[in-house]
Ligand binder design. Structure first.
Ligand SMILES: Nc1ncnc2c1ncn2[C@@H]1O[C@H](COP(=O)(O)OP(=O)(O)O)[C@@H](O)[C@H]1O
Ligand SMILES: [Mg+2]
Length: 362
């Protein structure tokens, strides 16, 4: 019996668990929170993510360790790695945790990015605004997610406010991109180096948070470039597991925004919409099994359920919708679940998405 350890016991851990249970795997989680979503899958060691004792227990109880969110301290991974293999590798996590290091890596790999500058003082931000041109997006270099830790500076008067909101060091200033749309390239690489790509996904964000995904993205002409960028990243990092690369589509082609070294919200549609889900492929990758077919089973759409579950859940529980409820306590801005649809035409998918996103609008 193979036991997989997962740092973090949120919804991603829970969905990895559902996929893994079918494969005969067992799971142990590490998470300090009370009654986390993945507790239905297996035991949760209730320790902080950087606690030596908790990490040592997790390593001792498992054959392999992975993680479900990118703010796991790199030191925690490095502590586990000598006794139990940890994937994705710490080097991927290091780049993903620091937006400067992430964007610099993209540049090194000749993956186009928005203009960016490191900001460690108000003066740096003034200079960045001058050199890049307004508006600029100022982001904390570390620990941002779902649009948190970001500020759009539209005029020089707003520089003060941005620094008050975010502090004035350990920031990055980025060119504001008036993109046509946002897409993500999702793929996996196993220990032996086999790579698979999922069809591209188009993503709609509101207030920095993912609301709706559609796959395949209607961007056939961009598939080759997106897959080339993703493969370069996977190979440079000697990556193992599922990865998601977020890209802006502009009239001049693709620009890379960020990558996530884990299964990703924009790939939730793969549970019902692809031959092999991202969760199964992540487990296959880290266990060095052959990767599963990523072909689509139709046109897939996904709506996130954020803040509160819709009062009338019947529409989401009725075919052809698939409702996923993470079992979390509702709180404003919290991801509580998602619903997926798989249809035979893009038009049918889009009208169903429009209808349901109005019902669940928060
Ligand atoms: N440089 C940019 N230009 C335009 N929009 C941006 C830029 N950076 C971020 N955004 C918007 O904010 C969202 C969240 O930013 P992102 O960098 O992906 O941070 P997070 O880690 O919070 O996901 C993006 O998906 C995009 O919609
Ligand atoms: Mg993002």
């Amino acid at each position: 019996m193979t036991t997989v350890g997962i740092i973090g016991a949120g919804q991603l851990g829970r969905m990895l668990g559902f996929a893994g249970q079918k494969m005969g795997l067992e799971f142990v989680f590490l998470d300090p929170s009370d009654d986390p979503p993945a507790a239905v899958i297996g035991p949760v060691l209730k320790y902080p993510f950087d606690c030596d004792e908790g990490l040592a227990k997790l390593a001792a109880m498992t054959d392999i360790v992975t993680y479900e969110f990118e703010n796991v301290p790199v030191a925690a991974i490095e502590r586990v790695a000598p006794t139990t293999a940890v994937f994705p590798p710490a080097r991927a996590l290091k780049h993903a945790q620091d937006r400067m290091s992430e964007k610099t890596l993209f540049e090194t790999l000749a993956i186009p990015v928005p203009g960016f500058r490191a900001v460690d003082s108000k003066e740096d931000l003034r200079r960045a605004a001058r050199e890049i041109g307004l508006p600029v997006v100022v982001k904390t270099r570390r620990l941002g997610y779902d649009g948190k830790g970001q500020f759009i500076v539209r005029s020089t008067d707003e520089i003060e406010t941005a620094c008050r909101a975010l502090g004035s060091n350990d920031l990055i200033a980025e060119e504001w991109i008036a993109f046509d749309r946002e897409i993500s390239a999702l793929g996996a690489r196993n220990v032996s180096g086999e790579i698979v790509h999922y069809p591209l996904t188009e993503n709609e964000h509101r207030n920095g948070m993912l609301r709706i995904s559609r796959a395949p993205a209607d961007t056939a002409d961009l598939v080759a470039a997106a897959q080339d960028y993703l493969a370069k990243l996977l190979e440079r990092l000697d990556y193992v597991g599922v990865i998601a690369l977020e890209l802006f589509v502009t009239s001049n082609g693709l620009l890379a925004n960020e990558f996530a070294p884990r299964v990703h919200n924009s790939g939730h549609w793969t549970i019902e919409g692809a031959q092999t889900s991202q969760f199964e492929n992540h487990l296959r990758a880290i266990l060095d099994m052959p990767l599963g077919d990523t072909a689509m089973l139709g046109f897939a759409g996904m709506v996130n359920l954020i803040g509160k579950m819709p009062a009338d859940r019947s529409i989401l529980g009725t075919a052809p919708w698939h409702l996923h409820d993470y079992g979390k306590t509702p709180r404003p801005g919290r991801k509580l679940g998602h619903a997926t649809i798989v249809t035979t035409s893009a038009a049918e998918r889009d009208s169903a998405l429009e209808h349901v996103s109005a019902v669940v609008a928060q």
